[in-house]
Write a protein that binds this ligand. Structure first.
Ligand SMILES: [Zn+2]
Ligand SMILES: [Zn+2]
Length: 155
């Protein structure tokens, strides 16, 4: 007799094969690079990271892998102004803070147990297919530096 198992959260492998894609070493390496350092790298930055472990990989392959991972919903492409897309593996609802000091991107999570509908007055009968909320300003590091240098100026 088999006991019913609790459904486990979907792994990378399951998600990717469910979508009809083949699991490849390259896709895994690209995904691991994104999960390893969640600083919203561009495709070129991902390429540099993967290349250090997998010297044979090409930039074109990295672009393809990122596209597949985005299509599968494992990764989100983050676009800002006309800058190259960056990639984010955080699939929880969150906004992005674009730092004007260091050009970094920081995740801004929704408060726990809040939904977007609780925050925004979405007009009735409107259908939202996609949302992207962004902030501009200074990240914690840059804000701290700014404070330091403005204190110096006062003296
Ligand atoms: Zn910054
Ligand atoms: Zn993010």
């Amino acid at each position: 007799m088999s006991t019913a198992k609790k459904p486990e959260p979907k792994s990378y492998d399951e998600t990717i094969s469910e979508k009809g894609f083949r699991f490849t070493e390259q896709r895994r390496a690209v995904y691991d690079a994104l999960m390893g350092k969640r600083d919203h790298p561009t495709a070129v930055e991902v390429f540099m990271r993967v290349k250090s472990r997998m010297p044979s990989i090409s930039l074109a392959t990295v672009y393809n892998c990122l596209e597949t991972l985005t299509d599968c919903g494992l990764v989100k492409a983050v676009n800002h102004d006309r800058e190259p897309s960056r990639y984010c593996p955080n699939l929880a609802d969150h906004a992005h803070l674009f730092c004007e000091g260091c050009n970094g991107v920081v995740d801004v999570p929704l408060r726990s147990r809040r939904r977007l509908e609780d925050v925004w007055e979405v007009p009735e009968a409107v259908v939202i297919s996609h949302h992207e909320v962004s902030f501009r300003g200074l990240c914690q590091k840059c804000a701290a530096n700014e404070k330091k240098s403005s204190n110096k100026e006062k003296k």
